[in-house]
Design a protein around this ligand. Structure first.
Ligand code: FES
Length: 119
């Protein structure tokens, strides 16, 4: 690894840390990784989200996982929390997950056709 690359990684980590410390501007993505979520493909969804975030060099997003939400048939579920509020997506595929990163996290556009509304 070149010195320049190391410097870039260090700078990115520093920016990320500053954002975290301020607690501002941080968006959160939460993937349901309960038994049914995993059974429905949540691991692949999580992998797609992490891959897309990494490929695009996004640093202001925290990705975490949660357990069962009680809506098995709507898994895999992905929740995005940002300054616009909280949006829950249901039956998310890895391709959908990449679209969520691109359009919602980066573009600020909610993907209406994927939104899960608990009844
Ligand atoms: S295991 Fe699916 S809703 Fe709990």
């Amino acid at each position: 690894m070149k010195l320049e690359e190391l410097r870039e990684i260090k700078e990115r980590a520093k920016r990320e840390m500053e954002l975290r410390q301020k607690g501002k501007g941080i968006k959160r993505v939460v993937v349901g990784m309960g038994t049914c979520g995993i059974g429905a493909g949540a691991r692949e969804v999580m992998a797609a989200i992490l891959d897309e975030i990494s490929k695009r060099g996004i640093v202001d997003v925290e990705v975490t996982q949660t357990g069962c939400a009680g809506y098995c048939e709507h898994e895999p579920m992905v929740t995005v929390i940002d300054e616009g509020g909280r949006v829950i997506y249901g039956k998310v595929t890895p391709d959908d997950a990449r679209e969520i990163v691109e359009k919602h996290l980066l573009g600020g556009t909610v993907l209406g056709h994927l939104v899960f509304e608990p009844s």
